[in-house]
Design a protein around this ligand. Sequence first.
Ligand code: FMN
Length: 313
Amino acid sequence: MMDWTDSHCRYFMRLLNPDILLYSEMITAEALLHGSAKKYLHFNNQEHPVALQLGGSNPYKLKQSAILAEQEGYDEINLNIGCPSERVQKGSFGACLMEDPNLVADCVDAMINAVDIPISVKTRIGIDDYDSYEFLYNFIKIVSETGCSRFIIHARKAILSGLSPKENRSIPPLNYDRVYRIKSDFKHLHITLNGGIKNLDDCKKNLNILDGVMIGRHAYHQPWFLHELKLLDESAKYDQLKREDVIELMYPYIQDQLNQGNHLKHITRHMLGLYKNQPGARSWRRYLSTHAHNSDAGIEVLQNALKILPKAA
Ligand SMILES: Cc1cc2nc3c(=O)[nH]c(=O)nc-3n(C[C@H](O)[C@H](O)[C@H](O)COP(=O)(O)O)c2cc1C
């Protein structure tokens, strides 16, 4: 998620759950090839497994970007065919590409043939008036004929003019049945559902039918949920990890980042929701928001924030 799932965020999320696949923010092939690839591709080894999400519509540039991503050590490359923003549409990529499944197939084909890591596609159930089941079926059919077998489907259509990206994440209604039907028609494909997942029951229900769920906003706003996901595996032992343990596990990482000249606020902003729905959640949030902004703020800000939490939290 742009501006949210940066490397700091993913490092923190990995501490909460070792088993989930984490995704980068979308990086355009254009930016990667003409900017500082090292900077854009940077991630911490602790983040594995981690997928790089690419945006673009030029098969050659996506192929070159995929090669760079594989060299850097990413575990998967995901092509964004779901973003409805005006900027992205001007660049002729994102959700508007659903209208041109053959071009998407060319892009995917170029990447599949260039790297050994899996290529996945994140898409919507439709765009604008192209919102029939047949439209989605045709898109998945053409793209999967390249050999791409992993699809993440955000179960609402995108409206390409008149709605902001934020509105496009809530106004078009969710239609999970469309995604279930795709799975039933393409049993051999790995289908992940995205959109509106907020609790373990939602996960369980969808995982009974599909191959995966992708959780966006809820995981960011309530990161402890990522730890609770471990309860989905009934055979696994639910360890006794506490929120405070996760904070302490962040200290060496934070110190290292501070030593490199990074600011505390850029890391702690991803931790604000850690105590959501717990006693002291507001104090935690407020303390971090206020004190992490100082340019010389260090780990003591987190230590002090912990001290003001009620003992039971
Ligand atoms: C701030 C923000 C940035 C996002 N950036 C991306 C992005 O870069 N690539 C992408 O595929 N989806 C992006 N999304 C959409 C989410 O990945 C997801 O599809 C959407 O929020 C619906 O899932 P959710 O209900 O679990 O949040 C973004 C969402 C938010 C809130």
